[in-house]
Write a protein that binds this ligand. Structure first.
Ligand SMILES: Nc1ncnc2c1ncn2[C@@H]1O[C@H](COP(=O)(O)OP(=O)(O)O)[C@@H](O)[C@H]1O
Ligand code: SF4
Ligand SMILES: [Mg+2]
Length: 407
């Protein structure tokens, strides 16, 4: 799938020049068979034609179920893998196949924060050693200056600089993630790929790390690609959100548009798992349960990869086009891209309305005095889609909106 680089919708507060441009990125992992002579028998198509651009100072959330290729996108952008195809341009420099000096320079500009602060920190190194390591690898400063910089960094992320000589196991989960953040900041990067940075943390700690990342973004003019497996986490931190399914982007738009007017059936299903902080709407809302797991990227379904699990296709009587033809990202409204042949059927549908606060069949009065359309929320989704009245997972950490926090 080849789509042109899309500069994205205008985003308040973000700078206009793209820092990162990714075009038709592909990352295939070869599958081999045979013990003595290994033969190439197929590929795991972890990333299969992703195009995305991120402006300076912008936060783009990348969301999708486990195994859909999010981490591989992040790692390939950082050139931890050699891309199978496509282009990666950072600050005007094509680094797709860069090596040597150019790759080292690019790596200084881009850093990663990992999901699991327990696994990603070397248990045999002190906190100061971990934060100092990138400075040493890149030969930045004299030992004394590096020590000072490490103390500064520990302070910036909210740790006591005197704790630098402690080992990872002496810190809590949240503190360990702060060490990971300090390490990522050491080389003054422009772009940070945060790969599910709060998924492994207690709910009570998650909001603290999100707030820290937002504070650092303002202070150091950082650009984030923020990876998450559900839509509850990225809502307030993201300017735009890209939804990924089985190696491809299926919807890209502003965070606001995604929550107010989701246009891809997969996004609608993901949104149905996000709790709404209004008990009246929340109680009558029903979840769209996607049957089974994400299919294997080594043998993806034909046409639209989502066709084996799509509630809209079922409702439309299983049109052949979904099986025969892969939908490309197309624009439906300013900066709103969606890859579904029948996205117009999602717009204004009961399923879309059910997931959007204040829209669709919800009553106008929170006291429950309203009559009429409320019953539609409790009724079956047309077309016999897999819907169950399972309650959504526990609410995410309560956070005020990003704009309000920044004031
Ligand atoms: N190094 C690798 N070698 C082979 N397959 C891989 C490798 N890394 C990831 N994959 C496969 O690529 C797919 C996408 O993985 P990943 O990017 O980790 O997904 P996500 O981060 O969305 O959970 C998965 O099927 C995974 O098993
Ligand atoms: S193209 Fe067909 S299968 Fe794919 S999301 Fe749209 S309706 Fe569903
Ligand atoms: Mg991952």
């Amino acid at each position: 799938m080849t789509t042109p680089i899309e500069p994205g919708a205008a985003v308040t507060g973000a700078y206009s020049r793209p820092l990162l441009q990714v075009e038709d990125l592909r990352m295939y992992f070869p599958i081999t068979s045979g013990t003595l002579i290994s033969r190439h028998v197929g590929d795991v198509k972890a990333v299969d034609g992703v195009s995305l651009s991120i402006k300076k100072g912008e936060t783009v959330g990348l969301v999708g179920e486990s195994g859909c290729g999010k981490s591989t996108v992040g790692r390939t952008i950082l050139r931890l893998y050699e891309p199978t195809g496509g282009r990666i341009v950072v600050d005007g420099q094509d680094i797709t196949h860069a090596g040597g000096k150019q790759l080292r320079a690019a790596r200084r500009q881009m850093q990663m924060i990992f999901q699991d602060p327990y696994a990603s920190l070397n248990p045999r190194m002190t906190a100061a050693g971990i934060v100092s390591e990138p400075l040493e690898i890149h030969g930045v400063g004299e030992p004394r200056a590096r020590r000072e910089r490490v103390r500064d960094l520990l302070g910036i992320v909210g740790l006591d600089p005197d704790y630098g000589d402690r080992f990872p196991h002496e810190f809590s989960g949240g503190q360990r993630q702060r060490i990971g953040v300090a390490r990522a900041l050491a080389l003054h990067p422009d772009l940070i790929v945060a790969d599910e940075p709060i998924s492994a943390l207690d709910v009570s700690i998650q909001a603290q790390i999100i707030n820290l990342l937002e504070k650092l973004q303002d202070e150091f003019k950082l650009t984030y690609l923020f990876i998450a497996h559900d839509l509850s986490v990225v809502r307030h931190i993201s300017d735009r959100i890209a939804v990924m399914y089985l190696g491809r982007l299926v919807e890209v738009t502003t965070a606001r548009a995604l929550y107010e007017r989701p246009l891809h059936p997969y996004t609608v299903a993901l949104l149905s798992a996000v709790p709404i902080p209004d008990p009246v709407i929340e109680n009558r809302r029903q979840r769209i349960i996607l049957a089974g797991d994400v299919p294997s990227p080594s043998n993806p379904p034909s046409g639209c990869h989502f066709h084996t699990r799509c509630w809209l296709r079922t409702r439309l009587g299983n049109p052949e086009r979904c099986v025969a033809e892969a939908p490309v990202l197309r624009t439906m409204g300013t900066g709103h891209e969606v890859a579904c042949h029948f996205a117009e059927e999602v717009d204004g549908s009961p399923e879309q309305g059910l997931q959007v606060k204040g829209a669709g069949p919800a009553p106008t009065s929170a006291t429950g005095g309203g009559s009429g359309s409320g019953s539609a929320a409790a009724g079956p989704v047309p077309g016999g889609a897999a819907v169950s009245a399972v309650n959504p997972p526990a609410a995410p950490p309560a956070r005020s909106s990003r704009k309000r926090e920044r004031s």
